[in-house]
Design a protein around this ligand. Structure first.
Ligand code: PHE
Length: 363
């Protein structure tokens, strides 16, 4: 046989093999093709190989070389086809090393303020206080009126509050849009939630006809005041509000709860001290500023102002429908950022809201 004829039969086989491998759509189908082409006894390659004997003696080395090349080509194509079918038809190529370790995923974690909030909920939960939420957009009644803050009070000053444009405001029940629209604002304090909770409690008691149920709640959330941002101020910050209403609640209960709270939060081995300074809030009487003293991670121990507190003013109890002769209560409102910052030795409140991962990843 002439060399050319032999080489042509090799080329034809190579082409046939490529097409057959490509059209096999499953591993069993591919196996059938493999036996047909490469089968040791009756495979087509074997048959072509037999033709090698008939090639002229002088052309044998060239023919043998080409035969081996084609054989390798077909075997390679078969391996590729097997690989591809084994991986769901994906062409994975030769470069895949399934033993290479994966790229580690960076797991995020809670913002330091959120961590502080969770811890506070936990501690107050153990003292029997349920966490509740209130809306951040509030009306005049809940942010001021029911909290005994009269119309003339400077706390209502537009310069001290984020009032919302009345155009977008929805009329309250029974009102027509635009007519004497009560202002809406971003709440300036979480004391709004006191009102909402007490109103709901009174409504429930009215349904049951019995006495108003005792109220023991905390509320943690954002409040807004148009302060210029500096190291200790930010136009949005968080407060923890506490409210307990029951029979015969006293200032001593207030102080005990705050002390227990601080002892659990910061205490560890050390003693934590709580100090009250006389103050004024329209919705509490008497009112106090709350200071706490504990040794922090940096070894500092000095008095820190935490917020305000007091006995719920009878006017507030009356506004929501309680009888101040029957029940009394205490309330407090503390700044969450302050506590968080002191705990971690953070010196600038703005760092908490710049979303710099390098800063946040430390907590
Ligand atoms: N709402 C007050 C403030 O934001 C804090 C406070 C809450 C005071 C409850 C007394 C009772 O400053």
């Amino acid at each position: 046989m002439a060399l050319a004829e032999f080489l042509a039969s090799l080329d034809k086989l190579a082409e046939q093999a490529q097409t057959a491998f490509r059209s096999a759509d499953s591993l069993p189908a591919l196996e059938v093709v493999r036996v047909e082409l490469l089968g040791a006894k009756a495979g087509l390659l074997r048959r072509v190989q037999q033709g090698l004997g008939a090639v002229d003696q002088a052309d044998k080395p060239a023919a043998g070389k080409r035969f081996n090349e084609v054989k390798q080509l077909i075997e390679g194509a078969l391996a590729d086809a097997q690989n591809k079918l084994a991986h769901g038809g994906e062409d994975v190529g030769d470069g895949l090393d399934v033993t290479v370790p994966g790229r580690p995923l960076r797991v995020g974690h809670l913002h330091p303020i959120t961590q502080t909030i969770c811890e506070m909920k936990d501690i107050m939960g153990r003292l029997g206080f349920t966490a509740v939420e209130g809306p951040e957009i509030e009306d005049d009644w809940h942010n001021f009126e029911a909290l005994n803050i009269p119309l003339s009070h400077p706390a209502r000053d537009p310069l001290d509050n984020f009032y919302l444009a009345a155009a977008g405001a929805r009329p309250a029940q029974g009102e027509t849009a635009g007519e004497n629209l009560p202002p809406l604002l971003l709440r300036s304090q979480t004391s709004t939630v006191q009102i909402r909770v007490m109103e709901a409690g009174v409504a429930e008691a009215a349904k049951g006809g019995g006495l108003p149920p005792p109220v023991r709640i905390i509320s943690l959330g954002r409040v807004y005041r148009p302060d210029t941002a500096d190291a200790t101020h930010y136009p949005m910050f968080h407060q923890i509000e506490g409210l307990l209403v029951d029979r015969e609640v006293t200032m001593a209960d207030l102080k005990s709860v705050l002390r227990l709270f601080c002892q659990s939060y910061f205490g560890g081995e050390d003693e934590v001290h709580v100090r009250f300074r006389p103050s004024f809030f329209p919705f509490t009487e008497p009112s106090v500023e709350v200071d706490m003293n504990w040794r922090d991670a940096q070894g500092n121990s000095s008095w820190m102002e935490m917020g305000g507190a007091g006995m719920v003013d009878p006017n507030v109890l009356r506004a929501v429908g309680y009888d101040p002769e029957q029940v009394s209560g205490f309330a407090f409102g503390l700044g969450v950022e302050r506590i968080c910052m002191r705990q971690h030795g953070i010196t600038d409140i703005r760092a908490l809201y710049q979303n710099d991962i390098r800063f946040l990843a430390q907590f």
